[in-house]
Design a protein around this ligand. Sequence first.
Ligand code: ADP
Ligand code: MN
Length: 179
Amino acid sequence: VIPTSPPRRSPNILITGTPGTGKTTTSEMVALAAGLEKVTVGDLVKERSLHDGYNEDFDTYWLNEDKVVDEMESMMAAGGICVDFHTCGFFPERWFDLVVVLRADTKNVYDRLEGRGYKANKINENVESEIMQVVLDEALESYQEDVMLVLDSNTVDDMETNVEKIAVFVERFREEHQH
Ligand code: ADP
Ligand code: MN
């Protein structure tokens, strides 16, 4: 049985992409510009222990996808959430009204992750993943193309344009879902 919940008046948006493509920065700006609540899944995983321990090799937690979905279900039902995470295939498709995939050039991903102090193997894995468009393919397999936006995130100009596009989507959605 699929639980029925009242339709959302405010959209849920997923911002995904390889680490370093600008998800967190973009989500913060979207949340401010469009009046959404930002959920950085990586922080939630740490704060609420939604993981199965620590992966020393990659300085990251082993994600427990079921725990993450259970934890987020009630907030997503309310709507108006901007979710920021680097993997996207395990979220229920019905959660999102818009799925944004951010893309960045290899050099930008490299420089941003190096600037964050990531270990070489972690930088290389993410750079390769961006080149192989792993996150984009995962999104294409998991969501309908008509809810997806694939956006370049190389420059500050790109970021501003992206935030504006997403804010316009939010406005329209609210207008169409007033009643
Ligand atoms: P993610 O959350 O995808 O790992 P962040 O939002 O943390 O990425 O961005 C990583 C770094 O790159 C930050 O220092 C941010 O300011 C910078 N950055 C992100 N997107 C852009 C962009 N489009 N233009 C310039 N700098 C960016
Ligand atoms: Mn981030």
